[in-house]
Design a protein around this ligand. Structure first.
Ligand code: ATP
Length: 248
């Protein structure tokens, strides 16, 4: 079983501006963990710090291992993967070629040069899991917006990421794609840590098991969906009204 991700008193400054001012949260396999908050709350900066893209102080531990201070590639090697707000796949390559590249770090370079004799089992599993099995030969550039996000997730699965940090995975998706993505996150979270940064409150309410609400670089509220929805401070930040995060 994958260890927990435990972030303690994380602080990130940009030239004296405090973007993240002492944030603590944890995430476990088996839950779909959400980080929400208004624009500029520090959500992306938190995952930038955990993945080594932004320097931070405090602690971000995966199992017993401290992530802060390690270079990006070492954090990746420890099993921490992320997606970005804009999908970063190779548009001119097929779905399979993208996944081959993602799988590359597991094989000796020479095997990448050999002719393909069937699809790698880890790639096959990732294709099934993300619903992209029918798109093997499709150039990534002509996939739908949702499918591109799923391909990015598939690339992390192929790399056997233990932690998936997903930055606004459903932004710009259709309702059907959102539902498919929520169900995908529930499936992959069974054995991995899934932390989702989102603006979409409806999506959060449907799929979050636990939520941390950030505001101006600090934790405003933390708990189950019901707990954060009932928190007057959260309601205040979202539009300043009690029905800002509507109940079903
Ligand atoms: N590289 C940087 N240099 C300076 N300031 C930055 C940098 N990155 C982020 N910031 C600032 O830090 C604050 C937090 O930004 P961040 O992108 O983490 O917020 P966010 O909660 O992810 O917002 P959004 O929902 O709009 O993506 C913002 O005020 C932002 O302008």
């Amino acid at each position: 079983m994958t260890d927990a991700l435990v972030v303690t008193d994380l602080r990130v400054e940009f030239s004296g501006f405090v973007a993240v001012g002492g944030v603590s949260f944890d995430a476990y396999p088996g839950e779909v963990r959400f980080l929400i908050g208004p624009n500029g709350a520090g959500k992306t900066t938190c995952i930038d710090a955990v993945t080594g893209l932004a320097g931070g102080t405090g602690s971000a531990r995966l199992g017993g291992k401290e992530l802060l201070g390690r270079p990006v590639h070492r954090i990746v090697r420890l099993g921490v993967g992320r997606t970005f707000q804009t999908a970063s796949v190779f548009d001119e390559l097929t779905v399979l070629q993208n996944l081959d590249i993602a799988a590359g770090r597991h094989r000796p370079a020479i095997s990448l040069l050999r002719a393909r004799r069937g699809v790698d089992p880890s790639i096959e599993r990732a294709l099934e899991e993300t619903g992209l099995a029918g798109e093997l030969a499709t150039p990534a550039g002509i996939l739908s917006h949702g499918q591109k996000q799923w391909l990015e997730i598939a690339m992390l699965l192929v790399q056997d990421a233990k932690v998936l940090l997903l930055d606004e995975p459903v932004a710009g998706m259709s309702q059907d794609e959102r539902t498919a993505t929520g169900e995908l996150l529930q499936r992959i979270a069974a054995k991995r840590i899934v932390l989702v940064v989102e603006h979409d409150m409806d999506f959060m309410r449907r799929y979050a098991t636990r939520v941390t609400v950030l505001h101006q670089g600090r934790v405003l509220s933390q708990g189950t969906v019901a707990e954060v929805q009932a928190d007057p401070q959260v309601q205040e930040v979202y539009l300043g009204t009690a029905d800002a995060i509507p109940e079903d």
